[in-house]
Design a protein around this ligand. Structure first.
Ligand code: KG4
Length: 345
């Protein structure tokens, strides 16, 4: 029997928000990762759930077909299907979940549900042919930062997670998005603010950091202080945003990164863990990436930054998280339903 026949081919399906994605892994190594990003939300300044579900419905079949084709396998080669059960938009999750179930039944192979956040946390383990493929060792800390979450998670194995701290109000990605909207810079705000921040002075404007006990975060206060500051300045000079947008973005991004880093450093000190990764959409932020690397050098951390293509929603991370669970013998019954919130890991 050849090694190829023994290999595990896992199809991953991700549809939690506005990206329809499918990926194929062979024994944990990525063969394909196809993402259809939905443009339909651009005019609305945010994701419209109803439109997202419809676009997933249109995209899912071609995206899965392309992922199989790029991987050079046919559906009958698959060993299992991993899919995002939650958290996310319920209508969007229903498309991926129902598709995974139907394909699992048609092929008579198991399905394995994945917590979307665990996918982001494991993004640093996605192996690719011809790449260095450095991985953190267990236990490690993951700063999970996205449009819906800001958490520090201790990871003891691919299936054991402890949330050490999390936001008590807005997620950091939300702070980026809302402030961008407030300044008329568009959606999603993170990439725009990141780009403009590179051209600005981060010390020009000061925004106060919140005092939250323990390892929890808060971002709503700093967002409100930007709102009031900009409102007051605009009353004096209607061109204030236009004339100062680079410095505003640089200063606002700096305070968000300071808040994130203070607690991450505290978490490392408290746990003694020096293996540190980041995950989630905001982990694409260039300022955050260089701060983590610089702090890591100063503090003797081993830092692992996911490739840009694995920072935002993608099925490669879902296939990988599912593969770890599949190897542990996990199988998901066919009466599984998606959930918009997954409180516990
Ligand atoms: O993980 P993700 O793709 O999806 C959800 O949370 O659903 O994260 C999206 C978030 C958005 O808030 C977006 O503004 C933010 O990630 N983001 C960034 C950057 N790229 C995406 N934030 C800061 N800097 C970036 N370069």
């Amino acid at each position: 029997m050849s090694l190829n026949i023994m290999a595990d081919y896992i199809l991953g399906i991700e549809s939690s928000c506005d990206d329809t994605s499918a990926a194929v892994l062979k024994d944990g190594c990525l063969l394909s990762n196809v993402i259809a990003s939905q443009q339909v939300h651009k005019d609305f300044g945010g994701v419209v759930p109803e439109l997202a579900s419809r676009a997933h419905e249109q995209n899912i079949v071609p995206v899965v077909s392309q992922a199989l084709e790029k991987a050079g396998i046919s559906a009958t080669d698959l060993s299992a299907i991993a899919f995002t059960r939650g958290p996310g938009l319920l209508g969007s999750l229903l498309v991926g979940t129902s598709f995974a179930k139907a394909l699992g039944v048609a092929l008579d192979i198991p399905i394995v549900m994945v917590n979307h956040l665990q996918g982001h946390i494991l993004a640093g383990f996605i192996d690719q042919e011809g790449k260095e493929n450095r991985h953190p060792s267990f236990p490690y800390l993951c700063l999970l930062v996205s449009g819906g979450n800001s958490q520090i998670v201790r990871v003891d194995s691919p299936v054991e997670y402890t949330i050490l701290g999390q936001t008590i109000d807005d997620a950091v990605g939300e702070a980026f998005d809302k402030c961008s909207k407030m300044m008329g810079l568009g959606y999603p705000g993170g990439p725009v603010i990141d780009k403009l921040a590179k051209l600005g002075d981060p010390l020009r404007f000061k925004f106060a950091k919140p005092h939250i006990p323990g390892l929890d975060y808060s971002f709503s206060g700093v967002k409100t202080s930007l709102l009031y500051f900009v409102r007051d300045e605009m009353a004096k000079d209607p061109s204030f945003i236009e004339n100062n947008k680079e410095d505003l973005c640089a200063s606002f991004q700096k305070v968000l990164i300071d808040i994130l880093m203070d607690k991450l450093i505290k978490a490392s000190r408290q746990t003694g863990i020096k293996e540190v990764t980041i995950g989630g959409g905001v982990s694409a932020n260039s300022g955050l990436r260089s701060r983590i690397e610089n702090e890591g050098k100063k503090r003797g951390w081993n830092t692992y930054l996911p490739e840009f293509k694995f920072t935002t929603d993608n099925a490669a991370m879902i296939a990988l998280a599912g593969w770890f669970r599949y190897r542990e013998g996990e199988r998901t019954p066919l009466d599984v339903a998606p959930v918009s919130r997954m409180a516990d890991f």
